[in-house]
Design a protein around this ligand. Structure first.
Ligand SMILES: Nc1nc2c(c(=O)[nH]1)N[C@@H](CN(C=O)c1ccc(C(=O)N[C@@H](CCC(=O)O)C(=O)O)cc1)CN2
Length: 282
């Protein structure tokens, strides 16, 4: 039976360290500030945004909330971003995704100053990651890497299979694993014989957004399984992208859903915001 990788516990430990770092910054007259922008009424986004605001309060980050209606135009959102780019109280800007259809997500992400891009989605920060000199790294993949490190899992020479090729998780986590000297395979909807690819992995990172798509009996005995999926099934139940029970019987270590990668995402957002504030006093 696999060891459970407790994302909640790791996140809580790191948040303690972040709280201490912020207290030290405040003695130098710097209070890290994060602008959180939500456009529209998406139920999951509302939950994530309120979790982010609460996390900011807990660690001592000034959180500047902007809740805009679902019919906000792209020009209005770009105007707000311009103002936040120039606001000296703000070290990080976060626009919650997904955005409503009338707004071009790429244009919005590119409008955020790369120096305040604590989500790590701006092409400048993506490019820094590609060349192995990251500044701000996307929070979910960054959280995955911190979890692996905290659990003592070394990727050097390992076969890592990433299932999913999104800009937010799949592609960046693959680059981060490569930087840790893993041999990385990215699988996606057109991949042939996914079961065999997953079965070859020492470490599986599942980020497809399809409930329990990765079957437990595909997992190589002793492999590590990181499940990035947070899928709502029915009214209340959350499941990952991996069939947890059968996978846990074969894996050496596995993340649960909820309580695995999810809590790390917001923790790394706090970390990036503190890093951005620290950079202002260099
Ligand atoms: N601007 C961004 N938008 C989105 C991001 C992002 O990193 N930046 N990621 C996701 C959503 N997300 C953060 O925004 C996020 C997802 C899940 C969790 C989390 O803690 N999940 C819990 C379960 C919470 C629940 O009950 O729903 C868990 O897995 O234990 C935090 C943040 C898309 N948009």
């Amino acid at each position: 039976m696999a060891n459970l990788i407790d994302g909640k516990a790791i996140a809580s430990k790191i948040r303690g360290e972040i709280t201490a770092e912020i207290a030290a910054l405040k003695t130098k007259g710097i209070t890290p500030g994060l602008a959180v922008v939500l456009v529209g009424e998406d139920a999951a986004s509302k939950v994530y945004v309120s979790m982010k605001e609460k996390a900011c309060q807990d660690v001592g980050i000034f959180s500047d909330e902007h809740k805009l209606s679902a019919d906000t135009t792209e020009a209005e959102l770009l105007d707000l971003i311009d103002k936040l780019n120039c606001d000296l109280r703000i070290h990080g800007i976060l626009v919650q995704l997904p955005l409503p259809k009338q707004i071009n997500t790429e244009r919005v992400l590119e409008a955020i100053s790369p120096h305040k891009d604590v989500d790590g989605f701006h092409p400048y920060n993506v490019g820094r990651l590609v060349i192995g000199k990251p500044v701000f790294q996307p929070c979910t993949p960054y959280g995955v890497m911190v979890m692996l490190k905290e659990t003592g899992i070394d990727l050097n020479g390992k076969e890592v299979v990433v299932v999913g090729r999104s800009n937010i998780v799949g592609k960046p986590v693959a680059l981060m694993c490569l930087a840790q000297h893993a041999t990385v395979t990215i699988c996606h909807s057109r991949t042939k014989d996914l079961a065999a690819k997953v079965g070859n992995a020492d470490v599986v990172i599942a980020a497809v957004g399809v409930p329990e798509m990765i079957k437990g009996n595909w997992i190589k005995p002793g492999a590590v399984v990181i499940d990035v999926g947070v899928n709502r099934v029915g009214e209340k139940k959350l499941v990952g992208d991996v069939e947890f029970g059968p996978a846990a019987e074969r894996a050496s270590a596995i993340t649960p859903v909820p309580g695995g990668v999810g809590p790390m995402t917001i923790t790394m957002l706090l970390q990036n915001t503190v890093e951005s504030a620290r950079r202002t006093c260099r």
